[in-house]
Design a protein around this ligand. Sequence first.
Ligand code: NAP
Length: 284
Amino acid sequence: MKTGIIGLGAMGQGMARRVAGAGFLTAVYNRTVSKTQDFANELSVNACLKPEDLAAQVDLVLICVSADRDVLEMIAAISKTIKPGSIVVDMSTVSSETAIIAATMLAEKQVAFLDAPVSGGVEGAKNGALSMMVGGKAEIVEQVRPVLATMTSRITHMGEVGSGQATKAVNQIMCAGINQAVTEALAFGQAQGLPMDKVIEVTSAGAAGNWFLDRRGKTMTNGTYAPGFKLALHHKDLLICQAMAEKLNLEIPVSEMTIADYAKLMAEGYGDEDISALFRLKRL
Ligand code: NAP
């Protein structure tokens, strides 16, 4: 299946290498042209200067860009040239509404769409160990499974278009709570003058152990917040969750607090740092 990838950011780069490694990748497009050219050279695939050029030469388009508006811009562009019978899989984190709009736009071109957001961070993208939550037709998932399997350790079909993104919103609310808990606890440990590497190792091995503590604990207590997952992107996700919670008449106070904390950090110029930069607000 000839595959093209749109978006060579922190996630897209690892994904592109995995898909290329399995022999599926034909073409890449990235808004910043230098990245397109570097990746096309590295992976020996076609460099596309426009998303339209990529869509015209593949059967499967994978997208991983930042936010809702960016996804819809890409869908509008590829709609001009995409062949009927092609499939588009969006792995960005956006709203369910955006997924449904994208699916409707593409259906007019006889093109199938899956919303397939992922969890597992840049490490998961690099190692092909992402957990993917997919919305769309089950038979389309099966058609593209060999390609998606190159990037994932788990692919879970959740239901109709939009249900992948709705599931990812659940994940992002959990990540907000985990970030609050881990940064608060590690700041508390550091304030007591404890040896933090040992604290992280011993707590990771017990009931408090979790992915974020394991992957980001030592870097944050050493004052390093390289992405990772940019906190401005998690802020964008939590605004989606906030709008969903309002419709459901549900309170999500930990997420509300995290939105406010991230806004503070973004105003101070830290939006491109990893979400573990929340530690900046907790430490002494
Ligand atoms: P990133 O490093 O900031 O990369 C964003 C990518 O989107 C870049 O390739 C960027 O192009 C492209 N882009 C943004 N706006 C665009 C537009 N209007 N038109 C075309 N391209 C555009 O972000 P990331 O960490 O890879 O995240 C990508 C998506 O995956 C986001 O939705 C994020 O929420 C989600 N996600 C991230 C993680 C993580 O741990 N990082 C985990 C799971 C899901 P340029 O290079 O030109 O800027």
